[in-house]
Design a protein around this ligand. Structure first.
Ligand SMILES: Nc1ncnc2c1ncn2[C@@H]1O[C@H](COP(=O)(O)OP(=O)(O)OP(=O)(O)O)[C@@H](O)[C@H]1O
Ligand SMILES: [Mg+2]
Length: 462
């Protein structure tokens, strides 16, 4: 091997950039290691073969190498995202240059930079800046006065929240989606002596773990490649309130770090060595029942005890139907103002439907339905016809499986036999949806594994 050949071989092997060289017939001459990794192919599968035979998804027009053979023009820094042969999503930047000898095409060289990691970082940075923009959004600065609800269970929540506003203790709010967890958090903050300091909500479920840690605690230059000195939300919320939404989605490891912060009142930036004291009031929310979350391993028990100094359990809307008329009135008023309408009331038919529906999306769902219908109404009464067909389908068709269980008891079989049949059917369903995994099915049914095994035997379930 002469010196030039050796140099070429070393460069090919050790460079980070993928290199693919073809001759004038489109046959591969060189396919280096970095290219193998990028495209998920072996050099032996590619070298000596025609490029279009090896990459059947490419054509004369889509392959940049083939294009350059034809046009004799270089293609500079073309971005490309594709799924490679091993199923990974790759983003690369390719430069493809013709090899010419007195105008005659001899072949082409393609150099590919793997941009996948950079693209991920970039996408993450964008989603982070969008997220921070959302935090600044001051939509509806809620106070206890602007909260709607008169049912006893709701008033109880408000009383606890008002007491919470007078202290600095952490609060854990549990409630289904759309029940008003953020509304409560904002009201507590706005009524507290932190009201003129920041209120920063962060959704723990929306960000990948690595990013979330940096966002919460900040980063230090040199902490990891590309890291900059940046304060996290704890520092930015200093003196104010941090709302940790969907805390049960935070990784267990990060929950441990959070616990330490809560206990010691200091944070440490990612990659940093300095403890920075912070004065932040934490409100955390979960849409999974806390004890279930602990049992399922999505919430650390010690963190739960530390967070739930004050507990607020917001009942779902279907359990406080007394509040529905007041919500209707208020939302109609809101959208009268916003859309310049003059609606006075809803029809009896709509009111009945609202009162009997079980509202899985709670207050948010209702607000959305009213907003939609207020767009369509012209007169003074909101009627069924003003709702979209989908909403009508949901609201006005009696749906027996939504909360009301149709027993269908025929008064002929004995009640014991009848109930056994129901139990058998429920167990059968649970086993089916756990693919026959008895432990899983027992968990779903909230009974002991042994109890389930006994029942399976008793009912001769296969
Ligand atoms: N008591 C209330 N008074 C007035 N508006 C309410 C009340 N409860 C909920 N809302 C309204 O319902 C919508 C949903 O409330 P919020 O965002 O607080 O719910 P959430 O429990 O945080 O839901 P998710 O779990 O989906 O984040 C908001 O538009 C809010 O203004
Ligand atoms: Mg929320």
């Amino acid at each position: 091997m002469d010196m030039n050949e050796q140099i070429l071989k070393i460069v090919m092997e050790f460079t980070d950039e993928g290199i693919h060289v073809i001759d004038s017939n489109g046959v591969t001459l060189i396919y280096n290691k970095a290219m193998e990794e990028l495209e998920g192919m072996k050099g032996s599968e590619v070298v000596g073969k025609k490029i279009l035979d090896v990459f059947p998804s490419l054509t004369e027009n889509t392959s940049t190498l083939c294009k350059v053979l034809k046009t004799k023009q270089p293609i500079i820094e073309q971005y490309q995202t594709y799924i490679n042969k091993t199923g990974n999503k790759i983003t690369s930047v390719n430069t493809t240059i013709p090899i010419l000898n007195n105008e005659k095409i001899m072949g082409a060289v393609e150099i590919s930079k793997n941009f996948t990691k950079v693209k991920e970082l970039y996408d993450n940075a964008i989603s982070m800046s969008n997220h921070l923009k959302n935090c600044i959004r001051k939509d509806g600065d809620f106070t206890f006065d602007s909260m709607i609800g008169c049912s006893p269970s709701f008033i109880k929540c408000v009383d606890i929240a008002k007491a919470a506003a007078k202290s600095n203790s952490t609060v854990l709010i549990y409630g289904d989606t759309g029940t008003g967890k953020e509304v409560f958090s904002r009201a507590i903050h706005n009524e507290s002596n932190r009201a003129n300091k920041p209120f920063i909500p962060i959704n723990c479920a929306a960000l990948p773990e690595g990013l979330l840690e940096g966002i919460l605690f900040g980063t230090t230059k040199g902490g990891f490649t590309g890291a900059i000195d940046r304060p996290g939300l704890f520092e930015q919320a200093d003196g104010g309130t941090l709302l940790l939404d969907e805390i049960n989605s935070m990784s267990i490891l990060l929950q441990a770090k959070l616990l330490r912060v809560l206990q010691e009142g200091v944070i440490r930036r990612v990659g940093g060595i300095k403890d920075i004291p912070v004065d932040v009031r934490i409100i955390a929310t979960t849409n999974e029942e806390p004890y279930t979350a602990i049992k399922n391993g999505t919430m650390r028990k010690d963190l739960y005890y530390r967070l739930s100094v004050i507990n607020i359990n917001i009942p779902p809307l279907r359990e406080r139907k007394e509040d529905i008329p007041e919500f209707i009135k208020t939302f109609i008023k809101t959208y009268n103002d916003e859309f310049s309408k003059d609606v006075w009331d809803i029809s009896n038919e709509v009111l009945d439907a609202f009162l009997s529906y079980n509202w899985p999306g709670n207050v948010r769902e209702m607000k959305n339905y009213i907003e939609g219908s207020m767009n369509m109404v012209d007169g003074h009464i909101l009627k069924a016809e003003h709702f979209t067909p989908q909403v009508q389908e949901t609201l006005f068709k009696k749906n027996l499986s939504s909360g009301v269980f149709d027993l269908g008891y025929d008064f002929k079989t004995s009640i014991d036999e009848y109930i056994n049949n129901i139990e058998k059917k429920i167990i059968d369903d649970a086993l089916r949806s756990s693919d026959g995994n008895i432990t899983k099915a027992a968990n779903t049914l909230k009974i002991k594994r042994q109890t389930l095994q006994y029942k399976i035997k008793k009912y001769e379930i296969k």
